[in-house]
Design a protein around this ligand. Structure first.
Ligand code: SF4
Length: 418
C-alpha cells in the first residue's frame, strides 16, 4: 500500500445520490417499501430509475417552505402520518417500511428517527419502520445501501450459532452459486444480508463471521462489529483473483483446508481465465481512468489491471476506507494514483489531458465525454449487473471491452463510407 499515491480532492461533485440504491434494494426485498420523503426532483429520479412507489408530494418541497417556517413542522409530521396510514391500509403486504430522507431543507428539519419510533409503537408487530438518509448532500448512490442496512442491524436478533454472513446486495443467482461453493467447502450455515424477505433478517452474534460482497458498507460494518460480529478481511469477489482470495479468506476463518478450496476453485478459475482471454485481447494496454462514484472503483481497477492488463491512469473513489480496502490496495500495481473525493472540473481536465481509452464515470458525465470522442462506461451498470464471482469474470470484463469494440466498429464503418 505504501507504494501507492494517495490524494484527496474536494469541490463540485457529479454523482447520483443515495436514493438510487432503493432500486436494487427494492428488487432484493420485495416485501419492503421505501417511502421517499422528498421533492419532485427525488420523485423523478426514482420514477425514472424504477417503478418504485414513492411519496414525494410538492407540499413537502414547497408549500411548507412558502407558508410556514419551523411552526410548519407539526403539519409535516401529521401529513407524513396520514400518508403512512393510507399506505399501510392499502398495502397490507408491506412488512418493513423505510422512511428515506432527502435534500430539501423542510425534509432535513423532519426528525424521521422519532417518526419511525412512534410508528413502530403504533403498528407494533404489524409493520416495522426504519429510517435513513438518501440525501445527495450526505450520500453518493451506493451509500444509500449502507444507510439502509445499517438501519436494519438493530432489528437483527442475537444468536450464538457459528455462521458465515454475506453482507451486501447480490443477485439471487450469484448468491445461490456462492452458497453452493461454500457448502462444498463444508461451510453450511451461510446467510445473506440483506435477505430476500425483509422479515427474514439473519440472527447475529459473536460467532457470526462477516464476509463483505460490496466495498461500500463501512457504516454497516461498524454496526455489525458493535454487535460482536467478526469481519473477515479480504479483497472483493470481482474477477478470478479477487473471488479466489475472497473464498480463501472465508475458508481460513472456518479452518477449511486450503487444498480443498483449491480443488474446488481451480477448475472454475481455469474456465473463467479462458473466457477472459478474448476480452483481455481488446483491453490489454488500453488506458483507463476511473472517476469517483460507486466505491467499486478500486476493486475494478485491480481486476482490470491485473487480469485484463489495462493501464491505470487514475483511480477515483468518493470515499476510501483504508481498513476495509487494505487487501484490495495491496493488489494494485506500484504508483497507482488514488484520488479520494471529487473536484469534477479538475478531474475532467486531467481526463482530457491524459487521453484515456476508457473512462468509468457517472451517467451525467458520460454524454459530454462521449461527445468529445472519449469512450465511457457508466459506474451504475456495475451495481445492476451480476458481476460477482469467478464465473462472472468474463461478463465483468465484457462490460469494459464492449464500448471499445463498439467504437472500433463505428470508426471502421465511418472510414469505409468516406
Ligand atoms: Fe432528491 Fe437530493 Fe437526491 Fe436530488 S440529490 S434526488 S433532491 S435526495
Amino acid at each position: 500500500m505504501s507504494n501507492l499515491e494517495f490524494k484527496k480532492e474536494s469541490g463540485p461533485r457529479e454523482v447520483f445520490c443515495g436514493l438510487t440504491s432503493i432500486v436494487w434494494l427494492h428488487r432484493r426485498m420485495p416485501d419492503a417499501f421505501f417511502l421517499v420523503v422528498g421533492s419532485r426532483t427525488c420523485a423523478h429520479l426514482i420514477q425514472s430509475a424504477a417503478g418504485v412507489m414513492i411519496f414525494a408530494e410538492p407540499r413537502f418541497g414547497t408549500a411548507i417552505l412558502e407558508e410556514k417556517d419551523l411552526a410548519g413542522l407539526a403539519d409535516a409530521h401529521e401529513e407524513l402520518d396520514r400518508v403512512v396510514n393510507d399506505l399501510i391500509n392499502r398495502r397490507p403486504e408491506i412488512k418493513t417500511l423505510f422512511l428515506v430522507g432527502s435534500c430539501p431543507s423542510e425534509v432535513i428539519k423532519l426528525d424521521l428517527a422519532t417518526v419511525a419510533e412512534k410508528l413502530n409503537k403504533r403498528f407494533l408487530g404489524k409493520v416495522r419502520f426504519v429510517n435513513y438518509s438518501g440525501s445527495g448532500i450526505e450520500t453518493t448512490f451506493t451509500q444509500g445501501e449502507d444507510g439502509a442496512l445499517k438501519a436494519l442491524v438493530p432489528l437483527m436478533e442475537p444468536s450464538d450459532d457459528e455462521k458465515l454472513l454475506l453482507v451486501g446486495t447480490l443477485s439471487n443467482n450469484v448468491e445461490d452459486r456462492f452458497k453452493k461453493i461454500f457448502n462444498k467447502f463444508g461451510i453450511s450455515n451461510v446467510e445473506s444480508f440483506p435477505p430476500r424477505q425483509s422479515t427474514e433478517l439473519p440472527k447475529i452474534g459473536k460467532k457470526t463471521k462477516v464476509l463483505l460482497t460490496q466495498p461500500y458498507l463501512s457504516e454497516t460494518v461498524r454496526e455489525l462489529e458493535h454487535r460482536g460480529c467478526q469481519i473477515i478481511h479480504a479483497p472483493f469477489p470481482l474477477g478470478v483473483e479477487g473471488s479466489t482470495k475472497w473464498f480463501l479468506a472465508a475458508a481460513d476463518a472456518f479452518k477449511v483446508n486450503e487444498l480443498k478450496v483449491h480443488e474446488i476453485v481451480t477448475p472454475l478459475a481455469s474456465r473463467a481465465r479462458k473466457a477472459l482471454q478474448k476480452h483481455t485481447e481488446i483491453l490489454r494496454g488500453k488506458k483507463l481512468f476511473l472517476l469517483p462514484e460507486s466505491q467499486l472503483e478500486i476493486s475494478l481497477a485491480r481486476f482490470l489491471h491485473n487480469e485484463c492488463k489495462m493501464d491505470l491512469i487514475e483511480v477515483g473513489t468518493p470515499y476510501l476506507n483504508k481498513n476495509l480496502m487494505k487487501e484490495e490496495l495491496d493488489l494494485l500495481p506500484d504508483h497507482t494514483k488514488i484520488v479520494e473525493g471529487q473536484h469534477v472540473e479538475k478531474q475532467l481536465d486531467r481526463v482530457r489531458a491524459s487521453k484515456p481509452d476508457l473512462v468509468v464515470c457517472g451517467m451525467g458525465l458520460a454524454n459530454p465525454l462521449e461527445a468529445e470522442g472519449i469512450n465511457t462506461k457508466w459506474s451504475i451498470e456495475m451495481v445492476f449487473s451480476p458481476i460477482h464471482g469467478i464465473d462472472q469474470a468474463a461478463d465483468l470484463a465484457g462490460l469494459f471491452s464492449r464500448p471499445l469494440t463498439r467504437n472500433q466498429i463505428l470508426t471502421s464503418k465511418t472510414l469505409a463510407t468516406i
